[in-house]
Design a protein around this ligand. Structure first.
Ligand code: PA5
Length: 445
């Protein structure tokens, strides 16, 4: 039995149930395409069985590599972008103390990220942070040729070699890349770095449960076996061919809403640790579904924070939106609102209540307000922020994304549109081989 619950009761107050149940057979067909690989994109379905196919000894090898970095490093810089960045970032943030970055060393190295932007100040400040520090690098690129991580890695490698010498740097760099192809694979072979492989049939945004996500997560000190146990459970649960399969229910419901004119989905959380889960989810759904003039636009908000910024729009703006809330049942810690004799802030009416009870009332009150305002609400409940339910949640969203993409009638596993900006950037930078494009783009400036 899994621990995640998908509840569409507050969709059904606005949309006839028939619109959803009538799509069950179509949903089952889309699921079969994911399970059996019978549709375009079937060469990128390695993630479907990744949890059950990953053996304990493979996980032990990742844990051993993580321990090696932990013993040698105060900081580990995880270099990558998109699918080679967001999954690890999302899981580490969800599991970490909110103030970990400001605390004195606790035993495990701090995992920091680079290569997900080309911010000059960001890179300068990172290099500055690492000055004279013991650090290591996990460099992740499936293609091995992506510009953003390549720039960051070149800078970090140079710094590491200066600080630790060639031999010391080799012991502190781990590369995760294609088994055979790409510049990163060639560099790793020539330099003798330890490597892990991203399988050919696992796309970047579906790779968090491979070494791409697992090595950084283990390095940050989290239990990747529990994470994978959660994912394995969800792999089983989401084989169900009717709407009791939570991934199918979510995929079918969001497509029913899309067909009903709801073009934007807002993923909301009431727990600041889930901010990056929203970022990861946006990549997963945005890059998978935004094709051929189609696709639900994935947006995310952190509540109640954003109720004071985006709340007005959600409540009262154009009615083309629906909301999916991730609700975390139990908090790890208890705090009670204190009594104040003067009660100048008027808060004594909630004195003695847990802060989480107040947060839950904000959540329920907001749900009712948004539904009253015409915003259908899907609620996804997870019991707590720990490895196993997070593993379930990740696999749940991945599976639902595959089903949803096929329901939409697109190939959810390619990303042809991502190449356009790269081509223009290379042309503007006069990259060898782009001479014609350089000439053409200069006419457009
Ligand atoms: O999901 C995807 O395929 C992309 O977001 C990639 O992960 C991203 O572009 C990074 O690519 P690479 O790992 O090849 O550097």
């Amino acid at each position: 039995m899994g621990k995640i619950d998908v509840n569409i009761a507050k969709v059904l107050t606005l949309v006839p149930e028939e619109k959803i149940t009538s799509m069950e057979a179509e949903g089952a067909e889309a699921l079969a395409k994911v399970e059996n690989g019978t549709a375009p994109g079937n060469d990128f379905l390695g993630w479907v069985n990744l949890p059950s196919a990953t053996t304990d000894s493979q996980l032990d090898e990742i844990i051993a590599a993580a321990k090696g970095l932990q013993t040698k490093c105060e900081y580990v810089v995880c270099v990558g972008i998109g699918g080679s960045y967001l999954g690890a970032k999302a899981v580490i943030e969800a599991l970490s103390d909110s103030f970990a970055a400001y605390k004195l060393p606790t035993g495990n190295p701090k995992v920091v990220f680079a290569g997900q932007n080309i911010g000059e100040d960001y890179l300068y400040e990172l290099l500055n942070l690492l000055d004279g520090k013991k650090f290591g690098i996990i460099v992740i690129s499936k293609s091995g040729t992506t510009t953003e991580p390549a720039i960051a890695f070149r800078l970090l490698k140079e710094k590491l070699e200066k600080q630790e010498g060639k031999k010391g740097s080799v012991e502190r760099i781990i590369a995760i890349t294609d088994a055979k192809r790409g510049a990163l694979r060639q560099m790793a072979t020539e330099e003798g770095w330890k490597t892990f492989v991203i399988d050919d049939n696992v796309g970047g945004r579906f790779s968090v449960l491979s070494p791409v996500g697992l090595l950084p997560i283990a390095t940050a000190g989290y239990d990747i076996k529990a994470l994978m146990n959660g994912a394995r459970k969800m792999e089983e649960i989401t084989k169900g061919t009717d709407l009791s399969n939570p991934a199918m229910l979510y995929a079918v419901t969001r497509n029913a809403l899309y067909r009903d004119g709801k073009k934007i989905e807002i993923l909301a959380n009431y727990n600041p640790k889930l901010h990056y889960l929203g970022e990861w989810w946006k990549q997963l759904y945005g890059e998978s579904e935004g094709k051929g003039g189609k696709g639900i636009f994935p947006a995310s908000v952190d509540l109640s924070t954003d109720l004071h910024s985006m709340g007005q729009w959600i409540q009262d703006g154009e009615r083309t939106v629906f909301e999916t809330v991730i609700s975390v049942e139990t908090q790890a810690h208890e705090i009670f609102v204190p009594t104040d004799n003067d009660n100048l802030d008027g808060l004594n009416y909630i004195a003695g209540k847990r802060v989480d009870e107040v947060n839950k009332m904000a959540e329920i009150g907001t749900r009712i307000a948004h539904v009253d305002g015409g915003v259908p609400n899907i609620r996804i409940t997870i019991p707590e922020l720990s490895e196993e339910p997070i593993g379930e949640l990740i696999y749940f969203f991945e599976k639902a994304c595959g089903i949803s993409g096929y329901l939409l009638g697109i190939n959810p596993f390619d990303q042809p549109g991502v190449e356009d900006y790269k081509r223009n950037m290379f042309a503007l930078l006069a990259k060898p081989g782009y001479e014609k494009e350089t000439e053409a783009i200069r006419q457009k400036l």
